[in-house]
Design a binder for this molecule. Structure first.
Ligand code: ATP
Ligand code: MG
Length: 331
């Protein structure tokens, strides 16, 4: 396996080395290909990502990614959107699972669900018409796009508790009737138990009864909002991992951005990046190693080796090293 390692900007440069230190403990046959992308590169070369970079990415099986700063400059082309599109990674996967000893806004810790967000169409179709007094954004829902995200969600549900929640707003948005119908058909043919809920009701329910859900599938904008909201159930932005998955390629990144306010201080929590690396191990089929990473992360929190966002005084490097050492002890 070849992995492109993109640290990116800001705290990406701090949390990714910590995740790589943990990965290296296993000594797996994984070739790491470092690649510089993002705002730092843009300042130096005038581009944040070029065709050569895309060739390097395409020569790899997946990417481990930190974060990049996206300036408001209209000439700046978003690296993430470019990669997502070029490599056709249509499923954004965000597990929402509490870690031992940390609770989020609701104080609950008995939930474990995954949000599967369609990543290529919906409200983020980029089909827009802007005039002085009116502006339009076209919301695109296609059968093909809905079918492939429904299939990803069903595959995940079958590996988990076989319970799919389809989230939509088909009472108002007629485009969502297609999404709902296709998701239902797919779940039926895949033998997955399924229900559906309107997105507004779902937002309330996720915050009130998060334990009721297993796999939640939805369109692009709703998924974007629900997944950030759900991160508040877990506790810190520094704990939330994610994956972008296509048919061939995958991309793993912490949910947080480049943290410009704390960059360079060595205090960013590396756990979101380490758990993203754990998702990469799972995707590669290294389930045993992935489980060890999760166990070691839990241990580091219980033993209070944590960064300031969790109330501790350890540095990014110290947390990464402690997790790597717990794994060494368990191997
Ligand atoms: P960007 O423009 O790159 O998305 P941002 O300003 O949106 O940056 P985020 O990185 O999304 O910032 O972070 C939001 C807040 O959460 C910031 O106050 C940041 O310091 C904090 N934060 C983000 N990631 C971490 C982390 N890994 N550890 C600790 N705090 C974090
Ligand atoms: Mg941000």
């Amino acid at each position: 396996m070849r992995v492109a390692v993109v640290e990116g900007d800001g705290i990406g440069k701090e949390v990714i080395p910590a995740a790589v230190e943990v990965l290296d403990v296993f000594g797996l046959p994984i070739e790491k290909v470092p690649l510089e992308l993002g705002y730092g590169k843009w300042e130096k070369c005038g581009v944040a990502i070029d065709d050569d970079d895309l060739d390097v990415l395409k020569s790899c099986d997946c990417v481990l990614f930190g974060a990049i700063t996206t300036p408001a400059d209209p000439n700046y082309k978003s690296v993430l959107l470019t990669i997502r599109k070029e490599l056709d990674m249509y499923a954004n996967i965000r597990p929402i699972k509490p870690l031992p000893g940390v609770t989020g806004v609701t104080g609950k810790s008995d939930f474990d669900f995954v949000i599967v967000r369609e990543n290529t169409e919906g409200m983020y179709s980029s089909i827009e018409e802007i005039h002085d007094d009116v502006a339009y954004t076209k919301r695109v829902v296609s059968r093909k796009g809905s079918e492939r995200i429904a299939k990803s969600a069903c595959k995940l549900a079958k590996e988990r508790r076989n319970d799919l929640m389809i989230v939509h707003k088909s009472n108002v948005l007629k485009s969502d009737t297609l999404f709902l119908d296709v998701c239902r058909e797919t779940a039926r043919s895949e033998g997955v138990d399924h229900r559906d809920m309107l997105v507004d009701a779902m937002a309330y329910s996720l915050m009130t009864y998060p334990e009721r859900y297993d796999v939640v599938v939805t369109t692009n904008l709703f998924g974007d909002i629900l997944s950030d909201m759900s991160a508040a159930l877990v506790g810190s932005l520094g704990l939330a991992p994610s994956a972008n998955i296509g048919d061939k390629y995958a991309f793993f990144e912490p949910v947080h951005g480049s943290g410009p306010d704390i960059a360079g201080k060595g205090i960013a929590n590396p756990i979101a990046a380490i758990l993203s690396m754990k998702m990469m191990l799972e995707w590669m089929g290294y389930q045993k190693e992935a489980d060890l990473v999760e166990e070691a992360v839990g241990k580091s929190i219980l033993e209070k080796i944590t960064t300031p966002d969790l109330g501790g005084d350890a540095s990014t490097i110290e947390v990464g090293r402690a997790i790597a050492n717990y794994i060494k002890d368990m191997l």
